[in-house]
Structure formats: structure tokens, C-alpha cells
Design a protein. Sequence first.
Length: 263
Amino acid sequence: MTVHPATTPPRIDLNSDLGESFGRSSLGDDARMLAVVSSANVACGFHAGDPATMRSTVREAVVRGVMVGAHVAYRDLAGFGRRAMDVPSDELRADVVYQLGALQAVAAAEGTRVRYVKPHGALYNTAATDERVAVDVAAAVAAVDPGLVMLGLPGSVALAAAAAAGLPTAAEAFADRAYTAAGTLVPRGEPGAVLDDAEEVAARMLRMVTTGLVTAVDGTDVAVRADSVCVHGDTPGAAAIAERVRDALVGAGVRLRPFVHDA
């Protein structure tokens, strides 16, 4: 009799951009999202978020057993961090260090620690292709804690710069964003860039996690390798989408766990 080794079920992390309320302005349903995701990208006050929001978000993440990451951004509250900016290297590095320090203090006060970094919006997109910006972000993170994981687009300049700086890296896919045939995200200003049909998104992500493929806007299949799947907290119906994605994955036997975990 031949005994075949048991296959390891696929596993994936679910992350979301959270803690983006500011003052009296409330954005997203963080409590509902934290009941679904395994990692929380917490806004650090530059594109969104404030000290009280940061602390309440981290506190709820601890209660839910959700991993905490720093969602660092350009200093752009008015534009929600989604406007391209040309920030000098010394200033950009200082801004990233400042944001990391703030969230690290909040995390310590709530009995946890920051485990990874994910740039937000325009900083994420720029670092994905601009070597100078990517190196600046990576250098700032490494100066604070070389054990922090950099989360970014697979094959991006950002992850290459992080690896060169000695940082561990993790790749992510986007549940609620359309992909081009080149494997990049369709710009938000273009039609169909943001997906808000929960069933469609869930089916796409289940296929991506189990086969490594996602359908691009031109109908072709694109290979996407990811350690984590992001559902944006400000996408219309974000919580319902995240819940449907989770249910589809779990129902197919996929294990949900943070991409950073203790042995």
C-alpha cells in the first residue's frame, strides 16, 4: 500500500486599512472589519487617523487577536494620502520614522507591538516603481526596527528595496481592485478600478488563493502570488465584502492566519 503525504491546505492573511476616522469624522466600520481580518493596517495620523482613533483601533485589534501594522503615508490629510507628492528624502525618512514611533507607542500601551509596515495610497504606488522613494521608506523602517515586515505589491521596487535593506517582505493582492494585464492595479480614476460586488470579489480571491491567477480587465489571466489579501476599509460595502471573502475562503478549506506569526 502506498501512503501519500497529506497536502497542506492553502493559507492566506486578510488585511484592511483601518483607524482612518479623524476627530468627529467617522470612516468605515472598523469593529465589523476587525471581526473578519487577521491583520490591521492602522493609519498613523498623516493621511487619516488621530491619537484616540489609533489607540481604540489597536485596542480592538488586541481583543480580536488581529496583527497590527503601520499604515504610513505622505503628510496629506486633505487628500487622504492619495495625491502624488515630491517629498525630499530626509523629510520622507523622518516622516516614516515619526509615524512608526507613534504607532509603536500606542501598541505598547495596549500590550502589543507593530509587526509590519504597509505604505498608504500615493506613497504605496510611488514606492512600487520609484527606487529613490522605495529606498527612503525601507531605510526609515530598518532604522526603527529591522524586524518589521514590509508589505507590498509582488515584484515591486518597494519590496526589492526592503529586501536590500535587510527587511523581511510579504506580498499582497487586492480583493476590491481591478488588475491590468501587466499585473498592476487599474488606477482609481479609471472606470471599473474598484470592485464592490461581494460575490464577484469573493470568487476572484478564492481563485487567486487556490490557483495563483486573477482575471485582468482585458479578460486575460494574470499570475499573482500573495501572502495577504487586502480589502480596503473605505470601499462601499467593505465589511460585507470582507465577510464574503472570508466565508468563501474558509468554506473551501483555506486557513486564515496573519502572514507574520510566532512559531
